[in-house]
Structure formats: structure tokens, C-alpha cells
Design a binder for this molecule. Structure first.
Ligand code: ADP
Ligand code: ZN
Length: 432
């Protein structure tokens, strides 16, 4: 049983009919209300009535992150301000943030999507959930809060940070579910061990983690350290925050809330759609939102889709775990590599823990990749010779599998800064 059987288990044909109707409605909505879209669609010579099938979506122009920046703060808002009841912002580390306005209906839809997500992760009334996503402008905190509240869970809005207090509350309250970024989950697990209060011995049973890329290896590590089931959840501010896609108990990809979001996968270079199962950039259209619907938003996130039947009974299309972002891809002396690939390779080395930082810089005319990764205590106890052996072992492994030359610097235990939200994994020092 899903949270919303009608939509989560809807036959494909019926879903596609629903999507086409909602798509047309949304296209009309933005043409009437947003000058940016009106102009773009006029230039492309397209109207909502030209959309005869879902495939016709490819006739519509894309929307990119810069369009949101150029129209900061409310240029893309499709309703008068007195209908806006909430405004979130992206974590945007550079330049102007991305604004996310919501109508009251938009908020309800968001809570619905999050409830489906958390229900699939096994959350029920009676669960005590600790919400350690940043509470504030970031969509993560309130998004999870609303979803868990809708199910009827007891929500403890701790927000991120103050890790020792998180652990104390977790123990005292008998928290059964944790929401945070995967990197912060590891930070909590590690601190709890240091405090002599291992999470494994607490009632915590499930974690709903997302908002940043993470590997299967990291999932294994979290599950093993905390003694829980770790579920993946995906979303982005531009499309209204978390709750866009979520894992079910089968954990073979993330179901996309297709009645709310139309998904396409395109080749990021040619912009042509790729075949099912082929890797490419995910493009999303929000077909029910009203304050700021986006048409064909290029997410830069890379994934694949499958319509194979899922064991859980949901018919919603599934996306693979995000393996990287087109703008995260490092090109090092002509070799393309994603930080997540390096994370997976590091996870295969017994002598390290999964805390790492990638530094890219110019050395004369060449790029140099420095991988700082934390070694286990035993390695440092064995002396400098052993450290050098492990460093060599790692660089040979990375060279062997990824064809990438890297300088490996083993860092002493706890030598790297711990994450409380989205982890910073890459520092690119090359001149732009
Ligand atoms: P949010 O507030 O929902 O995290 P942001 O706009 O700050 O939204 O960040 C969204 C981006 O975070 C996505 O485009 C994607 O790159 C990344 N992201 C979010 N969830 C996941 C996930 N489960 N796995 C990998 N990357 C993710
Ligand atoms: Zn499923």
C-alpha cells in the first residue's frame, strides 16, 4: 500500500493522459502570466494547443538556472504576491540565490509528495522523527517537516548542527527516524561513537537522506555504523524542494512523482532525448505548481530512467541514484571524472574512512588532482612508511580503474572538516 495508491499505482496510459492535460494547463498558465515565458514561447512559435502528445514537449524551449538568476527575485512568479504564502531560497553558494515562491496549494502538493516519500521509507504515525536538515530558507528542513507531519509522526525539528545535542535527544526521546544529509549522518554516527553512545544501541531504525550526491558505498557505511536502513530522497529548490523522487522498499531506483513532475532525459550536448536506460541530464517540468512552475528545467543532474515494473507495485517511473552533475564533472588533463566515482573507488580501500576532499590545481601547464582522504588510526600508528604505502595503493587503484593520475595525501583521523549539511567535496583552484 502506497500513501496515494490512485496516483502512485496509476496505469501508465492514464497517467500520461493526466500529465498531458496538466502540461497544457501549465503552459497556458505561464504564457498568460509570465512575460519571460510569453516571449520565449512566441519566439519558438508554440502554443499549448500544439501539444498533441507528451513527446511534443520537446518543442518547448528549455529553462536554465541563469534564467532564474536573471529574473531574481520574482520575475518568474506566475501569481500576484498576495497569493504567495511562502518563499524559500536555494542554498546558492555563488551569486544571487534562486527564489522559490509557493501558493497555499503548492505547499499542500509539496507536503503530499513528501508524505508519499516518507511513507515509502516506512514512516508511520507513532514514529519519532528527528529532522536534522537545515531549518530555514533551505527547502530541506520544512519540506521534510511538512511530509512527516502529514503522516502524523512526532517531529522533532532539531535543524542541523549541535551534534552532541542531536545525539542526546536521539537517545532521550527514543528517536526512530532521522532526516539529514548523508554526510551529516556520518558525522553524527562518528560523534556518537566518540561519546560512547553508539547509535546502533538506540531505537533509531531508518534514515531519509538526500540533498547531496552519495554512493552505495556511503549507504553501506551509514547503515552499518548506525544499524539502520538508509533511504535516498531527491529534490531541488527550483522544482519546489525535496519530495520529487524517493526510494521504496525495493530500493532499486527512486520513484518520481510523475503526476507533479514530467521528466525527460536528454543528451546534455545535443539536447536530444536519450533512450530509456541511457544516461543523460534530467529535465523537469512542474505540471501542478502555480506560483512558479518551470517548463523543461535543465537540472544538470545526471541519471537514467526505467519503466520496468517495480516489486513494490508503484507504477511511477524510477530514476537511478544521481551519479553526478554536469557542472560537477572534473576534467583533469582531459580525463572526465565525477567526485562520486572517486568516492566509490576510495570506499574499496580498507585503510581509509569515507571522508575526503578533492583539490584541483594547476601545476605548470598541467592539472593536478590532490585527493585528501582520512586514513584509519592503525595506519598512522604503524608509522610514516605504512602511510606512504597506503597512499601509493590508493593512487594506483585510481589510476588502474579510472585512468586518472592523482596525488594522494592521507590525513590523520578527524583531520578533515565534518559536514553538518551539504558536504564540500571539491575545491577547484585552477584559474577560471
Ligand atoms: P534542496 O534544497 O532540495 O537540496 P538545492 O537546490 O539546494 O535543493 O539542491 C538540489 C541539488 O542537490 C540537486 O540538483 C542535486 O544535484 C542535489 N541532490 C539533491 N538530492 C540528491 C540526492 N538524493 N542524490 C544526489 N544529489 C542530490
Ligand atoms: Zn518501488
Amino acid at each position: 500500500m502506497a500513501w496515494n495508491d490512485e496516483f502512485e499505482c496509476m496505469p501508465l496510459e492514464q497517467m500520461q493522459k493526466f500529465q498531458l492535460a496538466k502540461l497544457k494547463e501549465t503552459v497556458n498558465w505561464v504564457i498568460e502570466r509570465v512575460p519571460f515565458y510569453r516571449k520565449k514561447f512566441a519566439e519558438a512559435g508554440i502554443k499549448a494547443d500544439d501539444l498533441k502528445s507528451l513527446a511534443d514537449i520537446s518543442k518547448l524551449p528549455f529553462t536554465v538556472k541563469n534564467d532564474l538568476r536573471d529574473n531574481y527575485p520574482f520575475g518568474l512568479c506566475a501569481v500576484p504576491m498576495n497569493e504567495v504564502v511562502r518563499i524559500h531560497c536555494s542554498s546558492g553558494t555563488t551569486g544571487k540565490p534562486i527564489t522559490g515562491p509557493y501558493t497555499a496549494d503548492d505547499l499542500d502538493q509539496w507536503a503530499e509528495c513528501m508524505a508519499r516519500d516518507l511513507w515509502a521509507a516506512s514512516l508511520r504515525k507513532g514514529d519519532i522523527v528527528q529532522n536534522a536538515y537545515g531549518m530555514g530558507l533551505f527547502t530541506g528542513g520544512l519540506g521534510f517537516h511538512q511530509g512527516a507531519s502529514k503522516i502524523g509522526c512526532a517531529v522533532v525539528p532539531t535543524s542541523s548542527g549541535m551534534t552532541e545535542r542531536q545525539i542526546m535527544l536521539m537517545k532521550d526521546f527514543g528517536t526512530t527516524a532521522l532526516f539529514c544529509t548523508p554526510s551529516y549522518a556520518l558525522t553524527i554516527a562518528e560523534r556518537a561513537e566518540e561519546m560512547g553512545m553508539p547509535i546502533k544501541e538506540m531505537p533509531l531504525r531508518v534514515g531519509c537522506f538526500g540533498a547531496e550526491p552519495w554512493s552505495e558505498a556511503m549507504r553501506d557505511e551509514i547503515e552499518q555504523k548506525m544499524g539502520i536502513t538508509a533511504m535516498n530522497t531527491y529534490g531541488l529548490t527550483e522544482l519546489g524542494g525535496p519530495g520529487m523522487a524517493f526510494e521504496c522498499e525495493a530500493r532499486k531506483g527512486l520513484h518520481i512523482n510523475e503526476d507533479h513532475f514530467l521528466v525527460e532525459i536528454i543528451d546534455p550536448v545535443t539536447f536530444e532525448p536519450v533512450a530509456e536506460g541511457q544516461r543523460g541530464e534530467m529535465v523537469l517540468t512542474s505540471i501542478q505548481r502555480r506560483a512558479m512552475p518551470l517548463i523543461r528545467f535543465r537540472t544538470k543532474d545526471i541519471t537514467t530512467l526505467t519503466r520496468e515494473r517495480c516489486a513494490c507495485g508503484r507504477t511511477l517511473v524510477r530514476m537511478d541514484r544521481i551519479t553526478g552533475r554536469t557542472d560537477d564533472m572534473l576534467i583533469i588533463n582531459g580525463v572526465n571524472v565525477f567526485p562520486s566515482q572517486i568516492e566509490s573507488l576510495l570506499s574499496e580501500i580498507d585503510e581509509v574512512v569515507l571522508q575526503y576532499l578533492l583539490i584541483v590545481r594547476k601545476k605548470r601547464h598541467l592539472d593536478e588532482l590532490v585527493i585528501r582522504v582520512e586514513g584509519k588510526k592503525e595506519v598512522f600508528d604503524a608509522g610514516a612508511g605504512r602511510v606512504a604505502v597506503v597512499e601509493r595503493k590508493i593512487s594506483e587503484h585510481i589510476k588502474g580503474v579510472a585512468g586518472l593520475g592523482a596525488t594522494v595525501e592521507l590525513v590523520e583521523p578527524k583531520g578533515l572538516k565534518r559536514s553538518e549539511g551539504k558536504a564540500v567535496r571539491v575545491v577547484d583552484e585552477r584559474p577560471k
